[in-house]
Design a protein around this ligand. Structure first.
Ligand SMILES: [Zn+2]
Length: 195
């Protein structure tokens, strides 16, 4: 079973309980909108950089260098963008708490779902993976094994085990490992699941 992953996750996410934090930090209500604004600016300029760079890369006639520059872009700007998206989703949630507004109970916001989907599977699983070509290979989180048969496809942020034929996107993996539903998994992954 996936006990190690559960422990890893809960250790990490329980560091800060949003509601408790905001109780001792009343200025948050004024500060959070400023932080969201700054992050939105960064998000915008990163999106522009990525678009510009993709346009340049696509003009390159050499397939090998197109591939290389796309990888380079993915590990630099795109990673940074997903970190920013996650922080924005979390700040928006904290702002609702600070303003005493109820957190949306029924529907998850698109921001939150997008932020959850962008948590890299490798980071979430927190175990050794080896790169082999364009995929990462490591021990399966779903079944006991000695020879790695779990593959991560970082481009799509999907994982698949060829041993037990189980896998999917990071939300599905979190649901499976924590035996929880979609909403709970999204809240956990996006850093907002401490209710
Ligand atoms: Zn497996």
């Amino acid at each position: 079973m996936a006990k190690n992953n559960d422990n890893y996750y809960w250790k990490d996410s329980n560091k800060v309980n949003d509601a408790e934090l905001l109780q001792v930090f009343p200025e948050a209500e004024q500060i959070i909108p400023i932080l969201i604004d700054e992050l939105n600016q960064k998000q915008k300029s990163l999106n522009e950089i990525i678009e510009d760079q993709l346009a340049v890369i696509d003009k390159d006639a050499d397939e090998m260098s197109r591939w290389f520059w796309r990888r380079w872009l993915a590990v630099n700007e795109i990673d940074e963008l997903s970190v920013i998206n996650r922080r924005i989703a979390r700040l928006k949630r904290q702002l609702r708490i600070a303003q005493g507004l109820p957190l949306p109970k029924g529907a998850l916001s698109d921001d939150l779902i997008a932020a959850a989907k962008e948590v890299p599977i490798k980071t979430y699983l927190d175990r050794p993976f080896k790169r082999s070509g364009s995929t990462l290979t490591g021990l399966c989180p779903f079944h006991e094994e000695r020879t790695p048969s779990f593959h991560i496809y970082p481009d799509q942020n999907r994982g698949w085990c060829f041993g037990c034929n189980e896998g999917g996107d990071v939300i599905f993996i979190a649901m499976k490992l924590n035996s929880c539903g979609f909403k709970e998994a999204v809240l956990m992954l996006s850093g907002g699941g401490n209710e």
